[in-house]
Design a protein around this ligand. Structure first.
Ligand code: IPM
Ligand code: MG
Length: 369
């Protein structure tokens, strides 16, 4: 098994280092190969997704990704910006199915900006289509407006489009995921306004005929944004397009109060996957040793489960993460005001958190043998 490790920018290096530490203590046979990506790669090689990095990613069974992006690259021509690395990996590897769980951990209920009773026990799964929609639709660009009220003026445009097979395959992913959960899918669209999303609704409905045991409902994206803060627990599996999924998954992640805890997986048709934390590169805290490595560590667990067929190893990581939370360890992002009064809760840095997960895994291993 070969894992491509792409730490990237900002806190990417620090958090990936901890996840690698955790992977190594599992005593599994795999090869880890590191490569540059994002702004770091641009600085060193003149491109955010160098040939060598793409080649490694294609060959690997799975990719462990940190984060990319920094304000200092905002002025670059689009093709050289760090974000192009992740978009390029998604497109080149065909990683169309993006899983973004939003889970509110019991010990972190107070960290949410919503009332505890609204989020306690929250466990939803956003499935975002990742290689189509307005993100990749052609044509796009700048031009002189050919028509309309402002014909002749400078304009910019993107194209929203989805083909039937693209919608069908993500719908299947969602229905199959729902079968392993509470058998309920909410498909989010904007069928009342957009042709693309009326088509989306029609195709998802058709696919649903093959899953009579799963309950499907449809919701407009504006309403979904509202319901997510009003009654998040009314959702289970949410399936949506690339653009809406980008927005809703950030909203869902944040309302758990634990965006630093949430992993994600992006899979292609052959289960090759890219695994990354749901949060970004946080350049404001980069290098300070305070970032939460748990989302990346949990992404490594997802990687073991989905792409590397090592479910037991994944369980060991996940239960070790539960243990460190139960021990009261909190990085700054999940340390809430109320915690300051609880003596058993301690604020720790990135490395201490990683070490604690490693210790929890080692302890269990020794107890068992
Ligand atoms: C995400 C990010 C990316 C996206 C950016 C970095 C291109 O926001 O993974 O959600 O928009 O998909
Ligand atoms: Mg996003």
């Amino acid at each position: 098994m070969k894992i491509a490790v792409l730490p990237g920018d900002g806190i990417g290096t620090e958090i990936v280092q901890e996840a690698v530490k955790v992977l190594k203590v599992l005593d599994l046979k795999f090869e880890l190969e590191f490569a540059d990506v994002g702004g770091t790669a641009y600085d060193k090689h003149g491109h955010p997704l160098p040939e060598a990095t793409l080649k490694l990613a294609k060959e690997a069974d799975a990719i462990l990704f940190g984060a990319v992006g920094d304000w200092k690259y905002d002025q670059l021509e689009r093709q050289f910006r760090p974000e192009q690395a992740i978009l390029g990996l998604r497109k080149n590897l065909g990683l169309f199915a993006n899983f973004r769980p939003a889970i509110c951990y019991e010990q972190l209920t107070d960290a949410s900006s919503l009332k505890p009773e609204l989020v306690a026990g929250l466990d939803i799964l956003i499935i975002r289509e990742l290689t189509g929609d307005i993100y990749f639709g052609q044509p796009r660009g700048r031009r002189t407006s050919p028509d309309g009220a402002f014909a002749g003026a400078e304009e910019a445009f993107d194209t929203m489009r989805y083909t039937r097979p693209e919608i069908e395959r993500i719908a299947h992913v969602a229905f199959q995921a729902a079968r392993k959960r509470s058998k309920k899918v909410t498909s989010v669209d904007k069928a009342n306004v957009l042709e693309t999303f009326q088509f989306w609704r029609d195709v998802v409905t058709e696919v649903s005929q093959q899953y009579p045991d799963v309950k499907l409902d449809h919701m407009y994206v504006d309403n979904a944004a509202m319901q997510l803060v009003k009654s998040p627990k009314s959702f289970d599996v949410v399936v949506t397009g690339n653009m809406f999924g980008d927005i809703l998954s950030d909203e869902a992640a944040m309302l758990t109060g634990s965006i630093g805890m949430l992993p994600s997986a992006s899979l292609n048709a052959s289960n090759q996957g890219l695994y990354e934390p749901s949060h970004g590169s946080a350049p404001d805290i980069a290098g300070k040793g305070v970032a939460n490595p748990l989302a990346t560590i949990l992404s490594a667990a997802m990687m073991l489960r989905f792409s590397l067929n090592q479910p037991q190893a994944a369980d060991r990581i996940e239960s070790a993460v539960q243990d460190v939370l139960a021990q009261g360890l909190r990085t700054a992002d999940i340390f809430s005001e109320g915690n300051a009064k609880t003596p058993s809760v301690v604020k720790v840095g990135t490395r201490e958190m990683g070490d604690a997960v490693v210790a929890a895994i080692t302890k269990k291993t020794t107890t068992k043998s």
